[in-house]
Design a protein around this ligand. Sequence first.
Ligand code: NDP
Length: 437
Amino acid sequence: LTNCQSDITFFQALEEVLTSIKPVIKENPKYLENNIIERIIYPNREIRFKIEWLDDKNNIQVNNGYRVQFNNALGPYKGGVRFHPSVNPDILKFLAFEQIFKNAITGLHIGGAKGGADFDPKGKSDKEIMKFCQAFMTAFYNSIGADIDILGGDIGVGEREVGYLFGQYKTLTNSYDSIITSKPIALGGSKGRASATGYGLVYFTQTLLEDMGETLKGKICTISGSGNVAIHAIEKLYDIGAIPVTCSDSKGTIHDPNGIDLALLKQIKLVNRASLEDYAEERKAATYVKREDYEGGSYVWSIPCFAAFPCATQNELGEESAQKLIDNEIKIIAEGANMPTTPQGIELFMKNKIIFAPAKAANAGGVAVSVLEMSQNNSLNYMSAAEVDEKLQGIMSKIYKDIKKTCDKYSLGLDLASGANILGFKRVANALIAQGV
Ligand code: NDP
């Protein structure tokens, strides 16, 4: 497997799952008899398409678009869309693979997929973003459907982009089908979807800590990223009385020892769509460290804290950073981003008995509320923000309890990553067996 250089990130995710499920395979001959491993590691369908669009100077631009429809044993394909220059088939295959198990862990009936394009939204005008979204949808709208494959947001795809993607789908098909979630409220979005991943991350962490007689209240927390997940995690951390002191973007890190100024952060990242460098200009007590000026992982992870929440991107927390967190006596890592910790980082945390809440469980709140959005669109019964939030808390608490039960059954202690993989795998594998070949 390791010789396949083009699928490096996918194989990293695959190896983690395959290692975790060994005890289940040993105990259940039916999984081998039904060739489940081979059936689960190949995507059902990988779509690649060309996106042509006109920029503001009327130049024709070309990007690559992808959708990996990995597995639909449990329900229609479901997974976000990412717009970032780093997007390639390997990254999307890894994200789609992870999505299968994350979706299964929620207990909801959805399969796993992921899509995106190597398009850089940075520096583009609103009109260019709209044109790109329209071209993206035009290129592949006939491969999706409300019972086939439902899209959502991810890095570089927020409410604005989702609105444009949905608008173009409507134009092309004359249908208001729920083919995308994270829609603006004006287009039938769910109250509480934008905040669901970040809030869910904090709910999951609190439930887990409470089970151990601990709490986040009054504790210093570090967060990486400053996008949808990071901002809402910071917001919820304040709500429960924790002290979030860092955030970061692709250019650098902010450490604000008095606590991140959330209003300022939102203004800079969500309204001005600017760099965090502007934050330090406004808050003199805060330190800004440029990415290139810091060697040895990310500056975020050198700040002492009780809990760390990586919420930016994959493989952002490596061995060196993990060691710094351990030296600073961290108690818990909870992953907001997808696979932000490298395998070496995870190994160090496990060896040092640091509690590790894996992304598949801890950031599943977003997709869970996306399913609530789909159900509201289909039933035309819309919930209040408070109702959505109550459901989200219940879902995150159930996810934790189901994983804990799995850990107990397989004597895994607090190896929640293995517990989550086993729980998700069994649900998907049983559905594959039930559907026949
Ligand atoms: P956003 O685009 O809103 O924010 C991403 C943030 O991460 C930005 O601050 C961005 O910096 C930073 N970032 C992106 N790439 C890099 C990089 N290579 N190095 C350093 N920083 C980087 O995305 P989301 O908040 O939605 O997503 C963040 C993570 O959470 C992703 O892993 C995503 O897959 C995962 N996730 C998101 C869900 C959701 O509901 N949105 C659901 C489940 C998981 P800059 O501002 O400079 O671009």
